[in-house]
Ligand binder design. Structure first.
Ligand SMILES: Nc1ncnc2c1ncn2[C@@H]1O[C@H](COP(=O)(O)OP(=O)(O)O)[C@@H](O)[C@H]1O
Ligand SMILES: [Mg+2]
Length: 310
């Protein structure tokens, strides 16, 4: 269990993390999704005691990180997989981690096995690892102390689609055994594949939250037609707002049956009609990404994203 309450970090004028609150429950994988610069790493660094919050608190298993008797046995952390010492071999890094936590060296081998790094790979220097191999090794280090909680910053970075599915299965198994997982990503697709619950952060603030199903089914309907303007007008007349999605299709909260009826009554032929699924989340996420790329517009974008607050 991770409990975060009003967590805030200011760097001078910049509020990198702004009143972030959430609970990550045992048995679930929570995805922390936000564009680059949104405040994911800063939040996670505060959770694991590497950065002092300006205000607010983070508790892991009911205690602040610094109060955990043997943190590595309770929470596994992967912050920056590229930060590992390139001159050491994978096996050496795991032995060192085992030593620091007072664990038998054999636990290092067990961790290697859990992340599917072969003994031959473990004998290579990390400097020669691909990013994906570094991520696996980083996860092995996080798992070595058999913790109850995992906090992983962008662990799927550099993994191919098969690697992302592998990580989903690994984290699913960890959660099924009663563990709590918080992982961040700047890619919606990764979070969609891996997470049960989603927390969306933009400009330091939580802008949406819910189970994956909730966030994906709130997506409404997508309708493509030869005459989107006429369809939009007919939907409006029937009391349903719509907007043109970036793909050119109309996106509306009305269900597919309603859109079909309206199109029939108006004589507009539909060329595609389907549940928008993740499109709603994707559009919101794209808007956040746009916003965070425009420096200096922070105040305006903050009020803009508030409209979607969960
Ligand atoms: N040590 C620091 N000093 C000043 N600004 C920082 C520092 N660390 C992060 N920031 C800023 O805080 C914001 C959030 O960064 P970060 O938490 O790394 O975002 P994310 O991990 O979501 O990409 C960014 O604008 C970043 O430039
Ligand atoms: Mg980051």
């Amino acid at each position: 269990m991770i409990t975060v309450d009003g967590l805030t970090k200011r760097y001078g004028q910049l509020t990198a993390v702004d009143e972030v609150s959430f609970t990550a429950e045992p048995g679930r994988v929570m995805g922390f999704l936000g564009p680059n610069g949104a405040g994911k790493s800063t939040s996670m660094r505060m959770m694991v005691g590497l950065s002092e919050p300006t205000s607010g608190t983070a508790h892991i298993l009911g205690r602040r990180f610094g109060e955990l008797p043997n943190p590595g046995r309770e929470v596994g952390v992967l912050l920056d997989a590229s930060a590992q010492h390139g001159g050491r071999t994978g096996r050496e890094i795991l032995s060192l981690a085992a030593g620091t936590m007072g664990l038998p060296k054999a636990w290092g081998d067990a961790a290697l096995e859990r992340v599917s790094l072969t003994p031959e790979e473990a004998r290579r220097r990390v400097g020669n690892y691909s990013l994906g191999m570094r991520q696996r090794l980083g996860i092995a280090v996080a798992l070595i102390g058999d913790p109850d909680v995992l906090i992983l910053d962008e662990p799927a970075n550099g993994l191919d689609p098969a690697g992302i599915r592998w990580m989903r299965d690994l984290l699913r198994g960890f959660a099924n055994d009663g563990g709590t997982v918080l992982l961040s990503s700047h890619l919606l697709h990764e979070i969609e594949v891996i997470a049960d619950d989603i927390l969306v952060i933009g400009n330091g603030r939580i802008v949406a939250r819910g189970t994956k199903e909730q966030l994906l089914t709130e997506g409404g309907t997508l309708a493509r037609s030869a005459d989107p303007a006429a369809l939009a007008a007919a939907l409006r007349a029937a009391g349903h707002a719509s907007k043109q999605a970036s793909s050119g299709a109309l996106h509306t909260e009305a269900d597919a049956g309603t859109v079909g009826q309206v199109a029939l009554a108006t004589g507009v032929a539909l060329t595609e009609l389907r549940a928008a699924d993740s499109t709603g989340l994707e559009e919101m996420f794209l808007a956040l990404t746009d916003d965070s790329q425009r420096d200096g517009l922070r105040d305006e974008t903050d009020t803009k994203t508030e409209g979607t607050a969960a």
